[in-house]
Design a protein around this ligand. Structure first.
Ligand SMILES: Cc1cc2nc3c(=O)[nH]c(=O)nc-3n(C[C@H](O)[C@H](O)[C@H](O)COP(=O)(O)OP(=O)(O)OC[C@H]3O[C@@H](n4cnc5c(N)ncnc54)[C@H](O)[C@@H]3O)c2cc1C
Length: 292
């Protein structure tokens, strides 16, 4: 199938893109890498009147470190994240996760901003933003807003962005030197969307967590920061503690059923991933085998 007829405008600046969005309201859609938008248009799931192409706005592309913050422009492509020494050094969770996003051809075009604005609950990068405690920077004609990643994703393909705003960047705290991370997803084939996945970052001192953020994806209508992680901070993690934690996680999650998996299967897989995640972060292989 082909997309319905639409008009096309190539934005010359962020201000120009915002003016076009304001003038056309819900009828306009921003175009970044096109890797989610164009398939949706070709399937006629959406039929915008106007595409506002922001691909030329170089000011939205790039990775910069400023003291304790890493700022990543919205138009930074997946391939640039994968190859960035700054990301490898200061947000290594992203380097690991990006290899699981789709396939090389898609990673060559797809952008961080597009992935976050698209807000597919099975996507890797939104969950990483939760685990990394990111701030999403958005701009509208009235100015800039900074939104905590935990408040940005509001439902399936839904975010806190209004139709007249542009996601311009993401800010991440630079990983501390004793921080550790974990990423794993269960999918039918490498590059497919996950059936269930987990992204986590922690600080471990003297064998205990002093900070722990664990985000699951493909377990609901948006990425989920596991509340149960708080109960693992500053405690000795025994198999009994772990077993109880897995049971609490199963209560906490409310996964959807679809053609890939039942809700019960997703709950089970999330528990398996949580045990592996904690074992991996603490470097204690025996915990990976604990069940609820
Ligand atoms: C076969 C296939 C497999 C895939 N597998 C995966 C996968 O495993 N994991 C995964 O995460 N993704 C996957 N994707 C999606 C891919 O990662 C996309 O690149 C990404 O989701 C969207 O990025 P984009 O730059 O292409 O955005 P676009 O397609 O250009 O835009 C997506 C949406 O975001 C909006 N948007 C774009 N940029 C902005 C902005 N700066 N501000 C506000 N709104 C904006 C657009 O209007 C549109 O609604 C897959 C895609 C394909 C085709």
């Amino acid at each position: 199938m082909k997309a319905s007829a639409f008009s096309y405008a190539r934005a010359t600046s962020v201000g120009n893109a915002l003016d076009l969005l304001a003038a056309h309201g819900d009828g306009a859609k921003l175009l970044s890498g096109g890797q989610s938008l164009m398939p949706a248009m070709n399937l006629r799931l959406i039929s915008p009147d106007l595409l506002v192409d922001i691909g030329d706005l170089v000011e939205l592309r790039g990775i910069e470190r400023n003291g304790g913050l890493l700022r990543i422009g919205a138009l930074t492509r997946h391939v640039d994240l994968a190859n960035s020494p700054e990301i490898a050094a200061h947000a290594p969770l992203l380097t690991e996760a990006i290899a699981h996003v789709a396939h090389p051809a898609i990673r060559n075009r797809g952008t961080l901003g597009g992935s976050l604005a698209h807000a597919d609950p099975a996507s890797e990068l939104p969950a990483c933003m939760l685990a990394l405690n990111a701030t999403i920077v958005v701009r509208g004609l009235a100015g800039e807003r900074r939104i905590a990643a935990a408040d940005f994703f509001t439902g399936i393909y839904e975010t806190a962005l209004s139709a007249e705003e542009l996601l311009v960047a993401v800010e991440l705290p630079v990983a501390q030197k004793d921080s550790v991370h974990f990423f794993e997803e269960l999918a039918r084939r490498h590059g497919d969307y996950a059936i269930v996945g987990v992204a986590a970052q922690a600080i471990v001192r003297g064998g205990a967590f002093t900070d722990l953020r664990i985000a699951f994806f493909a377990v609901g209508d948006r990425p989920v920061l596991a509340r149960v992680a708080a109960s693992l901070i500053n405690v000795a993690i025994t198999p009994a503690v772990m077993s109880n934690t897995l049971a609490v996680l199963a209560e906490e999650l409310d996964p959807q059923e679809d053609q890939q998996a039942s809700a019960a299967m997703r709950r089970h897989l999330a528990k398996v991933l949580l045990a592996r995640c904690v074992a991996g972060l603490l470097d204690r292989a025996e915990l990976a085998g604990v069940s609820a």
